[in-house]
Design a protein around this ligand. Sequence first.
Ligand SMILES: CC(C)(COP(=O)(O)OP(=O)(O)OC[C@H]1O[C@@H](n2cnc3c(N)ncnc32)[C@H](O)[C@@H]1OP(=O)(O)O)[C@@H](O)C(=O)NCCC(=O)NCCS
Length: 167
Amino acid sequence: MIIRQEKFKDAAAIRRVHEAAFEQAAEADLVDALREDDEAAPRFSWVAVADRGEIVGHVLLSRIYIEDVPSLALAPVGVMPVWQRKGIGSELIRQVIDDAREAGEQHIVVLGHDSYYPQFGFERAIDYGIEAPFPVPAEVFLVMPLVRNGLTGVKGTVRYPKPFSAV
Ligand SMILES: CC(C)(COP(=O)(O)OP(=O)(O)OC[C@H]1O[C@@H](n2cnc3c(N)ncnc32)[C@H](O)[C@@H]1OP(=O)(O)O)[C@@H](O)C(=O)NCCC(=O)NCCS
């Protein structure tokens, strides 16, 4: 299994990963829309490649704002069903987090399972005074500083680029 950054030719295979993982097209459509959206740049996009060259997992970070402070949304992450629960999703998430940190990014927001994301360092956003722009249970709206004190003085409502409103 190789974990590497997305290449131009990967787009169709990435679509197939999300369509299979989520059993619907919405997340695949989101990835394609975010790729085209200027407001969503920069993006950090990593894939997992199986031995035969097949792309079996993908994770994307893209630009959002907490009030006027640039942040990143982790969305979506998906692994082909037969490849799930083998550590691939976790490895993708660790790699994309490292990539963003090395690029100087300060924090990441995710809407996801509270049983899965805390292992990477995500905590309840509301505990930092950070809120979603839509109604969501507090335990699934999470945030992670990428550096010490990365969230100091950062609070308010998260603002997503347009492609998210379709999901
Ligand atoms: C969530 C997902 C990306 C995790 O990738 P993965 O490679 O299966 O995950 P890992 O092997 O690294 O970690 C396994 C852990 O993920 C969690 N997990 C995996 N699938 C899960 C599911 N369907 N529901 C809840 N937790 C799940 C469990 O904690 C699991 O640990 P366990 O096997 O000890 O129970 C993958 O299961 C997936 O694509 N799911 C469908 C799409 C999705 O829900 N994406 C995330 C949206 S928040």
